[in-house]
Design a protein around this ligand. Structure first.
Ligand SMILES: Cc1cc2nc3c(=O)[nH]c(=O)nc-3n(C[C@H](O)[C@H](O)[C@H](O)COP(=O)(O)OP(=O)(O)OC[C@H]3O[C@@H](n4cnc5c(N)ncnc54)[C@H](O)[C@@H]3O)c2cc1C
Length: 483
């Protein structure tokens, strides 16, 4: 008798290493595994590679004396880089991962360059989210107090040669390198669950346009699926402070890789940590006062903007405003002002406070103290560099920030935004650990589906940085079948 039922068996593929997700962590894992001689298959849920990595600024935090730093005369050491990151990514940064990352940063820079990354020998010198030119190196707040007293400052933000968002250049180069190395990429394939056989992760169940597929990995599986900011259920559970905020992602940070790992007993770490950004112009803020709903300054406006955004959104009473004067606005180059005029302007600080919903007496007192120090080129409260300190004179202006206050500004939505920094617990070899701290055989992970270097703080470049660095470790480990 002939069986006339349709064949519903999942189609089967086998490779030494199966990587899930082709953002920066997956691309670097795939390249390392292929160069170690493994056959590598990457499953990508989207119709093309790149992930959030391709939409990013492309900034990679590297230092300790990279070739790019040396060419620009920037002196740096591994110890200074480590001290800065430990402070700026803290409290509760992962010191073991930071130390390992810093020890390998010079070599990692050279590896990225050898695999297609380009960092022009040109330094962007003023605070910004992203340089508006092809500068290959930028400052990430290393010169700001308290960090300048903790570690000798050095510019460490390495970036591809394009204005603003340049992550696509970095990802185009890495994807092309992976293809040259013989990596096979299956797009539109969404991994659903891990296959465990005899206590070892042996492959992945996936769907391709609704059809089931099985992918077996003889060496290991690498999870490189990104974070979970697009999954509101997971945000409610792990990082409720992020619910209702805008999402910094490609829309595919659904946490699926994290949950696949957890389903087979993987531990997670630092799931509540998030990166925070807002519509604040760093070049404007550095010459101004950032004040909270009590009319108080709360941070040195010269630090990396993500740090003051995080402090404003998560630790201060709203609304938070940028208080500036006319000269402060004139000092910002047109190209960096994004055409933005202050929302409120007033001849006296008390009038401005009333417009902003701030306590007038407190704001006037804050201004008095700020100006008293500024007359001597000093900021006794937070140690802002003399370069950025100047008494603020009437007329004053105020820019909203998205930490409380108005919902829109200059026709743009004004909302805090961010992405998640917590994820699967991995060791320095990028092996995924279970709740007892034991490596799960055959399973590796890197990028934002893992917990990375971060504690509470975030500095741009450390996500593409740790994703690419520990992605390489994951690929190497899986190729060696050492999980
Ligand atoms: C606008 C923007 C600017 C940024 N700027 C910077 C910056 O300058 N420097 C920096 O360090 N960081 C920056 N970031 C953050 C950084 O881009 C991300 O944190 C980082 O790219 C994460 O890399 P990843 O490899 O872990 O994930 P991704 O790059 O997101 O890649 C994950 C991939 O996995 C795929 N995937 C997910 N689930 C599955 C599944 N179940 N099956 C198959 N495929 C799956 C996704 O489709 C995606 O392609 C920025 C982010 C954005 C959005």
């Amino acid at each position: 008798m002939t069986d006339t039922r349709p064949d519903t068996r999942p189609s089967l593929h086998t490779a030494d290493v199966v990587v899930i997700g082709m953002g920066i962590a997956g691309a670097c894992a795939a390249i390392e595994a292929a160069e170690a001689g493994a056959s590598v298959l990457v499953l990508e849920g989207a119709s093309g590679p790149g992930g959030s990595s391709a939409q990013s600024g492309g900034e990679v935090y590297l230092g300790g004396g990279t070739a790019t730093q040396q060419a620009l005369g920037v002196e740096d050491t591994e110890e200074d880089m480590r001290a800065f990151l430990t402070a700026a990514l803290g409290p509760n940064a992962d010191e073991a991962k930071i130390a390992d990352y810093c020890a390998g940063a010079v070599d990692h820079h050279d590896w990225l360059v050898a695999h297609g990354a380009e960092f022009h020998h040109k330094l962007w010198d003023t605070p910004t989210w992203m340089p508006g030119d092809d500068s290959g190196l930028m400052w990430m707040g290393e010169r700001a107090q308290p960090y300048a007293s903790i570690a000798r400052p050095a510019a460490r933000g390495h970036r591809p040669p394009a204005p603003n968002f340049a992550g696509n250049l970095l990802m185009d180069a890495l994807v092309a390198t992976a293809q040259k190395a013989g990596v096979t990429l299956h797009c539109d394939v969404k991994a659903r669950s891990l296959i465990v056989s005899e206590g070892r992760v042996a492959g992945v169940r996936a769907t391709e346009f609704g059809e089931e597929r099985e992918y077996l990995a003889t060496g290991g599986v690498v999870l490189a699926t990104g974070g979970f900011v697009d999954n509101d259920r997971m945000l409610e559970q792990w990082a409720p402070q992020q619910v209702g905020k805008d999402k910094v992602s490609d829309g595919r940070d659904d946490g699926s890789g994290i949950e696949m790992g957890m389903d087979i007993g993987a531990a997670v770490r630092r799931m509540h940590q998030t990166e925070t950004a807002m519509l604040i112009i760093p070049r404007l803020a550095v010459g101004a006062m950032l004040v909270d709903g009590d009319g108080q300054r709360f941070i040195n406006e010269e630090v990396y903007p993500g740090l003051y955004c995080h402090a404003a959104v998560h630790h201060r009473r709203p609304p938070v405003w940028v208080i500036i004067d006319e000269k402060g606005i004139e000092d910002v180059p047109e190209s960096e002002l994004w055409g933005m005029q202050p929302m409120h302007a007033a001849e006296t600080i008390e009038e401005l406070a009333a417009d902003c919903g701030l306590p007038g007496d407190a704001l006037a007192d804050t201004l008095r103290r700020y100006n008293a120090g500024a007359r001597n080129g000093e900021d006794p409260q937070f140690g802002k560099s003399a370069r950025w300190v100047r008494p603020l004179e009437p007329p004053f202006g105020a820019y909203p920030t998205g930490a409380g206050g108005p919902d829109t500004f200059n026709g743009l939505p004004l909302k805090a935004q961010g992405f998640t920094l917590g994820g699967l617990h991995t060791d320095l070899q990028s092996r995924v650990l279970d709740r007892a701290g034991e490596a799960i055989p055959g399973l590796f992970a890197a990028g934002r589906c893992t917990h990375g270097l971060h504690g509470e703080g975030y500095i741009s470049g450390t996500s593409l940085g740790d994703g690419s660095f520990f992605g390489r470790r994951a690929g190497r480990g899986a190729a060696q079948g050492t999980g």
